[in-house]
Design a protein around this ligand. Structure first.
Ligand SMILES: [Cu+2]
Length: 229
């Protein structure tokens, strides 16, 4: 015999031989008790499924959803003038890092990294800690994978001490809660060029400017992005 439930009704295949009334099925279940229990199961599934769906959607939008675009404000550390705004936006080529930093020396190069702590409170930004380095690698060239994940190419300034930034950084993600997620780190601009070799930080010198990479209060959706141009 086969029993199947369709539209909460119990269907028994008529081609099957009849079940003897002594079969344990009839000792334990009358048909009248089987039908309501199947119906209640179906009802429970109807009410529980949307609730579970809503819960998983909530958790995605609260703490682990990718952020489409995020602006980081770089503020000068004590005694310095370097400041700017950097925009982070992930796509299939990596994390795009764009923006402008001003108040630097003319025609100079400056180490530029994500540091591990999103804390710029110390006057010299030492509170941001070491480079963001989830792999525990030695410091290396930003075009290799044997590097601190948060190490990027140097900023280069023009004759007025202004650096235009537009680069892609592989590995890094934005807001997905993964190993390479830079939310919760800090962006730092250094006084000197990163030589991509010296350990542990490329001999890039003092920290001139610092900005915390923070999840915005309201996550911008792709639709909102398009609507606002
Ligand atoms: Cu650095």
């Amino acid at each position: 015999m086969r029993i199947a439930s369709t539209d909460n009704r119990l269907i028994m295949s008529i081609t099957d031989p009849p079940i003897p009334r002594t079969h344990p099925f009839f000792k334990e279940h009358s048909v009248m008790t089987v039908i309501p229990s199947l119906a209640s199961l179906a009802l429970a599934a109807t009410f529980l499924a949307p609730a579970a769906l809503a819960q998983s959607t909530d958790s995605l939008t609260s703490s682990s959803a990718q952020i489409n675009r995020l602006a980081v404000t770089l503020e000068a550390t004590q005694g310095n003038r370097a400041a700017g705004t950097i925009t982070l936006s992930p796509d299939n080529r990596g994390l795009r890092v764009t923006g402008t930093v001003t108040g630097l020396d003319a025609n100079s190069e400056h180490g530029f990294h994500f540091h591990e702590h999103g804390d710029c409170s110390a006057p010299d930004a030492s509170s941001a800690g070491d480079h963001f380095n989830p792999d525990g690698h030695a410091h290396g060239h930003p075009d290799t994978r044997q590097r601190h994940a948060g190490a990027m190419r140097n900023l280069k300034t023009d004759g007025s001490g202004r650096a235009e930034v537009d680069m892609y950084v592989d590995l890094l993600t934005l807001g997905d809660g993964g190993k390479y997620d830079v939310v919760g780190t800090a962006l730092i601009v250094h006084a000197d060029a990163d030589d991509y070799t010296s350990q542990p930080v490329g001999n890039a010198g003092a920290r001139l400017s610092c900005g915390v990479v923070e999840r915005p209060a309201a996550v911008q959706s792709a639709d909102e992005d398009n609507g606002n141009g």
